[in-house]
Design a protein around this ligand. Structure first.
Ligand SMILES: [Zn+2]
Length: 55
């Protein structure tokens, strides 16, 4: 395997991991049910628990 191929594969893996991890970091985790909701959601999408302000 050449160095260029190795670099392309590694970049692809990193991009794939980033695509999986970043969306989860941009979501809020409900303290009641553990469900994830968008950052702009005023309350949990699963159980309806309202998120505290400032988080
Ligand atoms: Zn919830």
């Amino acid at each position: 395997m050449s160095g260029l191929t190795y670099a392309v594969v590694m970049l692809s893996v990193m991009a794939y991991i980033t695509a999986i991890v970043v969306p989860s970091l941009l979501r809020r985790r409900c303290r009641v049910c553990g469900g994830r909701s968008p950052m702009d959601a005023p309350q949990c999408r699963k159980c309806g628990e309202s998120f505290p302000d400032g988080m």
